[in-house]
Design a protein around this ligand. Structure first.
Ligand code: FRU
Length: 491
């Protein structure tokens, strides 16, 4: 492999599989992430997209429709089985979204501390072209009876709780029992919104039942909330080590190579005291004598060690999935990026892909990349994962000019691409379809579902399929089921 002149070569990753309970952690290295910059055009007109077109989501039009007038919508997931098939239930497609009340007087940027899991449904089996432009989703209300999520924090001090992302398992396609895995959050904040003590993040299970008749879909249950995992400070960073720790977004699955065992991937950070200059040669990942390698000292001097994301793994210790044990992180991004969010295990053609979402603004000093989806491929659920697409990790970015400062979604850099924050929180569905939410398009805020796009995935590479939908953009919120659950007892 020749590499890009002026840049280091990516780290060699073998994709070799290890036992799930091994202590091997794959590294998304600086040498890997630098391939994104290496493949970015340094001389585009300011505000254009500088990244390779086949890895970039097409432009979302600024006149996008919205899913619902009353609730902001962002992170969204589907009704899945242990293999991430997504089910319709008795003829209805169902999605679960983080929602916040639009009428309560706060804006989209205040949503995180008010987040509640809501659900939407629509008739299954109708092609996107025959649906309303906004996808035709009917809002069903909140999943969890208000206040039930607080039981996890009994005896602790907090001022407000929120429900953050997770996943929902249909436990048996022939009945109506479902298991919600989500992030139960409690904040202890003063009147100006500053943390008095670090937020508590608890990966939590709650059981419920889905119901449907000819008119609508509804849920019961979700009254008991079982805390499953709190960061231990040994494998996963906790609030005592870093008040800004990330610990959330559980996604459960079964590995066909370990039938009967339930695993969970989640967002975490490498356990260590915040500010400890602890990145190593291996985190940098340069090949011996690479003339473009940085030294460990140079990287530490840049402060890059404040960014230490990790994709976690846990294993269920009972069939009910109510007891879990941490295993060693699957991937770390020490001195590379601080957030690898909503990770999912995606098994295709005998390969194991981990997809995760990340931000430009959470990159460490000296490395850069757009907001969007990142992907890693290996031969087992724990592998020496190889970052996809010329070793970089980038799979589906927002149109971004890496030569210009990022700005923010709420306060744009006028020189930046006006779609650098167009979408986030992507989830890769069966067949390579990718759903996400709209954040900001040309300063218009979204809080609604993006047009679905499609990525073609082959071995360690992917491209955006521009033949899908309208020049690559499918229907807004087009989130189709690929399996049908029929519960005859419900009729
Ligand atoms: C991704 C995310 C998730 C978290 C949620 C909180 O958009 O940061 O990691 O669960 O948003 O709103």
């Amino acid at each position: 492999l020749a590499g890009v002149p002026g840049f280091p070569l990516p780290t060699i990753h073998t994709q070799q599989a290890y036992a799930p309970d091994d202590t091997f952690t794959a590294k998304w290295t600086r040498a890997d992430a630098l391939q994104i910059k290496a493949h970015s055009n340094p001389s585009v007109t300011p505000g254009q997209n500088s990244l390779p077109a086949q890895l970039i989501m097409p432009d979302i039009p600024a006149d996008f429709p919205t899913i619902n007038p009353d609730v902001w919508v962002w992170d969204t997931w589907t009704l899945i089985d242990k293999h991430a098939n997504q089910f319709s239930y008795n003829g209805w497609e169902v999605i679960f979204c983080l929602t916040a009340d639009k009428n309560a007087g706060y804006g989209f940027d205040d949503r995180h501390t008010h987040a509640r899991i809501g659900f939407f449904y629509r008739r299954a089996g109708i092609p996107a072209a025959r649906r309303p432009a906004n996808g035709g989703w009917i809002y069903g209300g909140l999943l969890i009876p208000e206040g039930a999520q607080n039981q996890v924090f009994a005896g602790t001090t907090y001022t407000i709780t929120a429900e953050w992302s997770g996943s929902l398992r249909l436990l048996d396609p022939h009945d109506n029992r479902v298991s919600l895995f989500y992030t139960d959050m409690a904040f202890n904040r003063d009147a100006s919104g500053q943390d008095i003590t670090p937020a508590q993040a608890v990966i939590t299970q709650s059981l419920g039942q889905i119901h449907a008749d000819f008119r609508h879909v509804w849920f019961t249950g979700f009254t008991t909330h079982t805390p499953l995992l709190r960061p231990d400070g040994v494998l996963y960073q906790n609030g005592a080590q870093n008040p800004y720790y990330n610990f959330r977004d559980p996604f459960t699955f079964e590995d066909p190579n370990h039938p009967g065992v339930n695993y969970m991937v989640f967002e975490g950070n490498t356990a260590s005291q915040r500010g400890t200059p602890n990145c190593t040669e291996a985190d940098l990942g340069y090949r011996p004598n690479d003339p473009h390698a940085e030294t460990v000292q140079q990287v530490l001097d840049s402060g890059a060690y404040y960014q230490e994301a990790a994709i976690g793994l846990a294993v269920a210790e009972d069939a009910a999935m109510s007891k879990w044990k941490f295993l060693t992180p699957l991937i770390s991004a020490n001195c590379v990026n601080d957030q690898t969010e909503r990770p999912q295990m995606y098994i295709k053609d005998g390969k194991y892909y981990i997809f995760t979402i990340s931000h430009r603004t959470t990159y460490a000093a000296g490395v850069d990349g757009p907001d969007g989806v990142y992907g890693f491929v290996g031969k087992g659920i724990r592998s020496d994962f190889q970052p996809m697409n010329y070793g970089s990790g980038l799979v589906l970015g927002n149109p971004t000019d890496l030569n210009q400062a990022a700005g923010t979604d709420y306060d744009a850099n006028p020189l930046q691409n006006p779609r650098a924050f167009q979408s986030y929180s992507h989830y890769v569905m069966p067949g390579g379809l990718v759903e996400s939410f709209i954040d900001t398009v040309e300063t218009r805020r979204g809080g609604t579902l993006s047009p679905t796009v499609k990525v073609a995935i082959r071995a360690d590479a992917s491209v955006v399929d521009l033949r899908y939908g309208n020049a690559g953009l499918g229907g807004y919120g087009d989130i189709p089921a690929n399996r049908a659950a029929i519960n005859v007892r419900a009729f």
